[in-house]
Write a protein that binds this ligand. Structure first.
Ligand SMILES: [Zn+2]
Length: 60
């Protein structure tokens, strides 16, 4: 069973984000967040953790 990468709950039928999953609850919360909301930074940090390694700068 896939788990939501934000809240850790089972995320059946969830939105796929790269190799991770975002549940409907967190998806809706994310859509309603604005950049000045403290929760926004929390979500951004979570999303950064699931970004593929290919997104990193290709430096030695
Ligand atoms: Zn969630």
């Amino acid at each position: 069973m896939e788990k939501c990468f934000v809240c850790g709950r089972p995320a059946a039928g969830s939105l796929r984000v790269f190799t991770s999953f975002l549940c409907r609850t967190c998806e809706q919360e994310l859509l309603l967040l604005t950049a000045d909301d403290p929760r926004y930074l929390f979500f951004v940090e979570k999303i950064r953790q699931v970004l593929p390694v290919a997104a990193e700068p290709l430096l030695p």
